[in-house]
Design a protein around this ligand. Structure first.
Ligand code: SAM
Length: 176
């Protein structure tokens, strides 16, 4: 099952760090890529590609000028969309049905106000608590529920750096 994240409404000045963190969480927690719309921002792509280059992949990162066109095309290709929103069905109630469907997934996260159309295009509108918090946290918890914690042991391909876990201190191995 392919899992892509669609990050809506990126604003260059306000969201650089948060959108980068969404991409890093998407990669670390097992998604196959993150696509973002809103304002074009090449620096996000460069930073995330640098992480992929050093810590391994595969992971796709790209800017999409029209989220609507991109999403409709993915839905036509057989993907189904899960929109993370505090107004949605609680994850503990929704996750069983979502996992039962083996279709490829698009996980949609917003920045500021999410267009109403997104609630209709998504097959599932899912909340991670009914409280306002952050797209980074919502994404991490949702991916962890989707992959049942197995993503925490994911091995990445062709890393240049690998951490050797230590109880104390830092050990990083360079791979040639
Ligand atoms: N006020 C905005 C709205 O009406 O959509 C939400 C802004 S929030 C800072 C940015 C994103 O974080 C949301 O679009 C959603 O994807 C995610 N988010 C925040 N709290 C959430 C929650 N409790 N459950 C699921 N997703 C959440």
């Amino acid at each position: 099952m392919k899992v892509y994240v669609l990050r809506l409404g990126h604003r260059v000045r306000r969201d650089h760090r948060v959108t980068t963190h969404c991409a890093l969480v998407a990669r670390a927690f097992g998604a196959d890529g993150l696509f973002f719309s809103g304002e074009r921002d090449t620096s996000i792509i460069i930073s995330v590609q640098d992480i992929v280059n050093r810590w391994g992949g595969p992971f796709e990162i790209a800017y999409i000028p029209s989220w609507r066109t991109w999403l409709k095309k993915k839905l036509d290709q057989g993907f189904e969309a899960v929109h993370l929103t505090m107004y949605g069905k609680p994850v503990n109630k929704a996750i069983k049905r979502i996992k039962k469907s083996k279709k490829d997934k698009i996980i949609i996260i917003g920045a500021e106000k999410v267009p109403g159309e997104v609630y209709e295009l998504a097959k599932y509108n899912v909340s991670i608590t009914l409280q306002p918090h952050s797209e980074v946290a919502a994404l991490a918890v949702f991916l962890d529920r989707l992959f049942e914690g197995k993503e925490l042991e994911k091995k990445f391909t062709s890393p240049k750096l690998i951490i050797v876990p230590q109880e104390k201190g830092k050990k990083v191995k360079k791979v040639d």
